[in-house]
Design a protein around this ligand. Sequence first.
Ligand SMILES: [Mg+2]
Length: 218
Amino acid sequence: MKKTFISFDLDGTIVKPDYNEFIWFKEIPELYAKKYGLDFEKAREKVIKEYEKVGDNDVRWYSLDYWLKHFGFGVGKKEILEKYAPFVELYPEVISVLEKLKRNYILVISSAMGREFINVKLRKEKIFKYFNKVFSAISDFGMIKKEVAFYRKVCQSLDISPSQLIHVGDNYEADYLVPRNIGIRSFYLNRTGYRLSNNDDSVVSDLKEFVYKINNTS
Ligand SMILES: [Mg+2]
């Protein structure tokens, strides 16, 4: 029997999104405020304006290196990434779900985030040990989003067909519609519990429900 692989999105799926927010909307504005003697709110406004000038369709948007250089803070990226490492938080069901799934599936991560961010998060409770491979759209393939080409590359790299892969994530487009498009069985994780009327079989409100569904439907 061919092995089935399960691919997890990372942010909003395995870890809570706070870590990223701390870096982009707290740390960077604080450094800016310090450098220019502004109050935090003013600095935050300025920083966000700078982010917007580049925009999220540009690879620079995602690069901490780029922004540190751009603002000329003279702080290393490692220092910042580590400073907030203690704030990485797993969703409560993550460990038990990974423990269960690792027995019957090969687990991987498919994230849009840069590898430096991913690595810090996967250190939390050593969850890296559950994953056979970790894919970063931006670091591995220079893609800013998880588009069809990203999922094709993931399958290629794992040497499997899309039908051997199950993917779950909290972005309706990038984690659900896009992978489905090429025949990957995908699940939309909506932690708010909101249901889409027609697609209930593919919508889950946490990873426990995801496990239940992959075991009880096909
Ligand atoms: Mg996500």
